[in-house]
Write a protein that binds this ligand. Structure first.
Ligand SMILES: [Zn+2]
Length: 396
């Protein structure tokens, strides 16, 4: 079948799932082996004998593979199409899909050459980016974009206009001229009033031209997400990271292109606070460190292995937690959610016994299939190590 042009309409049955990861921290593993999706949404989850698998348009035999919700990269910097000018690379989003990513959230289209910084121009860019990515999905990936970088001089009317035009996100505060606590707080409040979610750059400048944002500014701004709490790449001192975890209740975002020690420490603080539901994961790519098609899987393996966290919980950070904080209709294996899945197994020759053990030993899983909106988008990934067991389409 054609991976790219298949219709979302119809009935997809996935059988013989060896391990079903839900994306929900409260119950990360489901006692089920079959999923039915109708017209791109999950219609049933259960044991084969208990769900109606008749009349499938497409049947996938998971052959004992694990299935998780498709990964959500909470922090990317797309520009236009599947091209990034930062590393002059084409096809990066489709490559991420081969790393299990089915949704991405823009933290600002800041790499556009000649990016407009005047208020009319930045609003026009955000609206254009939102529209362009709503209309164009490389590899089927849902890129939620149109994230304006706020600049000094914006008024509440600008946020109202953006919201009215369909913009639902702000780019990282601190990448533009708004850098002080009081000014950031005002912009975040206006955004929130009009239903626009916000994130803030945390730590040292990422590249020449961006800024240093310390814990006092982050706390005063009160954005919905503490963007890359582990820096992008330069992190705040660990006592400031502790303070951010303890003194606000907002999302704790850990990124691949950040400081690993700071990321692991932030995870430990969240654990000690009993607030793992705040932890979300992103790559912060494209960036100076490049793009990493397996960046989300690498981060999950790092936090699980060195961070001593059960792998089934680490997958929740990259799926259900992010969907909840960003109000997305995916990221969970539950009836009514988008049929976005990644099928995986322990990589061939991993020392781990099965998917979870292999991730806890620090190995990347092998991706065997990615499904978005009920459509098979790729079979065996070209970017991960080969999985031990491989799902297959048995009827279409
Ligand atoms: Zn940043």
């Amino acid at each position: 079948m054609d991976f790219q042009t298949a219709s979302q309409r119809g009935k997809l049955v996935i059988s013989n799932i060896g391990l079903l990861l839900s994306g929900d921290l409260k119950q990360p593993i489901l006692d089920a082996d079959t999923i039915v999706a109708v017209d791109g949404r999950i219609a049933a989850v259960g044991k084969a004998k208990d769900v109606d698998t008749e009349g499938a348009t497409v049947t996938v035999d998971a052959r004992g593979s694990a299935l998780a919700p498709g990964l959500i990269d909470s922090h990317v910097h797309p520009v236009f199409g599947d091209w990034t000018p930062r590393q002059n690379q084409i096809g990066w989003i489709e490559s991420f899909m081969n790393g299990g990513v089915t949704s991405m959230i823009s933290a600002g289209e800041v790499h556009l050459p000649g990016r407009p910084k005047d208020i009319v121009g930045l609003k026009a860019l955000a609206i254009t980016a939102q529209r362009a990515f709503a209309n164009f999905r490389p590899g089927g990936v849902k890129v939620i974009a149109g994230a304006p970088v706020v600049e000094t001089g914006m008024t509440e009317a600008d946020f109202a206009e953006l919201a009215q035009a369909g913009v639902g996100l702000l780019g990282e505060i601190g990448l533009g001229s708004v850098k002080t606590g009081p000014e950031a707080r005002q912009m975040v409040a206006w955004a929130r009033k009009h239903g626009i979610r916000s994130t803030i750059h945390t730590g040292g400048p990422s590249t020449p031209g961006s800024s240093y944002i310390d814990k006092d500014v982050v706390l005063e701004a009160d954005a919905d997400i503490i963007g890359h709490i582990n820096g992008g790449h330069t992190a705040l001192p660990l006592d400031q990271i502790r303070c951010l975890c303890e003194r606000c209740h907002r999302g704790i975002e850990i990124v691949h292109n950040g400081n690993e020690l700071a990321g692991l420490t932030a995870l430990r603080f969240a654990k000690e606070l009993g607030q793992l539901e705040r932890v979300i994961l992103g790559t912060d790519s494209p960036a100076g460190s490049g793009v990493q098609p397996t960046g989300m899987l690498r981060l999950i393996a790092l936090l699980s292995s060195v961070g001593d966290t059960p792998a089934e919980l680490a997958f929740c950070f990259a799926t259900g937690n992010t969907a909840r904080l960003h109000a997305l209709d995916c990221g969970l294996i539950a009836v009514g959610k988008a049929a976005d899945f990644v099928l995986m197994d322990a990589a061939q020759h991993s020392s781990g016994k099965g998917l979870l053990d292999s991730v806890q030993k620090g190995d990347l899983p092998g991706v065997g299939m990615v499904i978005i909106d009920g459509i098979v988008r790729c079979g065996r990934s070209r970017n991960t190590p080969p999985p031990t067991r491989l799902p297959e389409i048995v009827h279409s």
